[in-house]
Design a protein around this ligand. Structure first.
Ligand SMILES: Nc1ncnc2c1ncn2[C@@H]1O[C@H](COP(=O)(O)OP(=O)(O)OP(=O)(O)O)[C@@H](O)[C@H]1O
Ligand SMILES: [Mg+2]
Length: 262
């Protein structure tokens, strides 16, 4: 099973937008993916059109009550065959409640292995919060891939450099390299800075940088307001085209194949 953590410590770079639309693009290709919302902001849950859940119906209950992940999975309202394990704002307590427990960082991995891992055909996409705390470490430890959205601004570029350093430290306790790809988001073709940042990323990260750039677009900004992915909202938009290209690129390079390394 390919498990992908979508992470960058910088806020607002497009982690949730990328998770939402990658899940939808995979579902359209009949992969039946599972999304996990691991952010107390619960943006992936909301952007998927799910509201008003009790904390006991969300991933919070997996950490706080030991509820099995399979009991928390629900079909996405879009009916595209994808499932989600939603989040709840109570998740913000996890860091202070369980942060000292040495086993906490591998709890999600254990949960997935116990229940879901045998189904190797299901790609799992984890939308992380912008903090490198217990929850994001859970995502990284449970994943065999990391997708790092970097938006076209200077601070976002700094964020990916810091994250890269943090990942090098994390690879020791993990005992394996963390396979990663960087995708540039919110690319604005009218701004020189967008091209400069893309070039710098290319220089630093070479083949780890995706060729596909996600352009700044109204369709991507508006679709979550209606609880929809961009393909159901505006299938012929720039946003839909970009996330289709990203999915094709990731499929072509073996990102969804846990056996593949590059
Ligand atoms: N390519 C894009 N074009 C236009 N708007 C975008 C694009 N990508 C993201 N946005 C918008 O920018 C905002 C931040 O995006 P998103 O929520 O995906 O970022 P995030 O990294 O998940 O944020 P956080 O760190 O808070 O979790 C949202 O309102 C989203 O709709
Ligand atoms: Mg988010």
């Amino acid at each position: 099973m390919t498990t992908i953590a979508v992470f960058n410590q910088k806020g607002g770079v497009g982690k949730t937008t990328t998770s939402l639309n990658l899940i939808a693009a995979l579902a359209r290709r009949e992969f039946a993916p599972l999304g996990i919302d691991l952010d107390p902001q619960a943006h992936l849950t909301l952007a998927s059109g799910i509201k008003g859940l009790a904390s006991s119906e969300t991933i919070y209950a997996f950490y706080a009550e030991g509820k099995p992940l399979s009991h928390l999975m629900r079909e996405l309202p879009s009916g595209n065959g994808a499932h989600i394990i939603p989040a709840h704002m109570e998740l913000f307590k996890i860091d202070s409640l369980y942060g000292r427990n040495p086993n906490i960082t591998s709890q999600l991995k254990r949960g997935l292995m116990d229940e879901l891992l045998p189904d190797a055909s299901v790609p799992v996409i984890i939308d992380c919060s912008p903090m490198l705390g217990v929850l994001s470490l859970n995502a990284v430890f449970a994943s065999n891939r990391l997708l790092i959205p970097v938006s076209a601004d200077y601070l976002s570029m700094q964020g990916v450099n810091r994250l890269d350093a943090a990942l090098k430290v994390l690879e020791k306790p993990l005992g394996k390299p963390i396979q990663r790809r960087i995708v540039m988001t919110r690319f604005d073709s009218r701004r020189r800075l967008s091209y400069q940042i893309y070039d710098q990323l290319h220089e630093h990260y070479g083949k780890d940088l995706c060729d596909t750039r996600i352009f700044e677009s109204v369709s991507l900004a508006e679709s979550p307001v209606y609880g929809k992915d961009v393909f159901s909202f505006l299938p012929h938009s720039q946003g839909a085209k970009d996330y289709n290209s990203l999915t094709e690129e990731l499929l072509a390079c073996g990102f969804f194949d846990p056996e593949c390394s590059w």
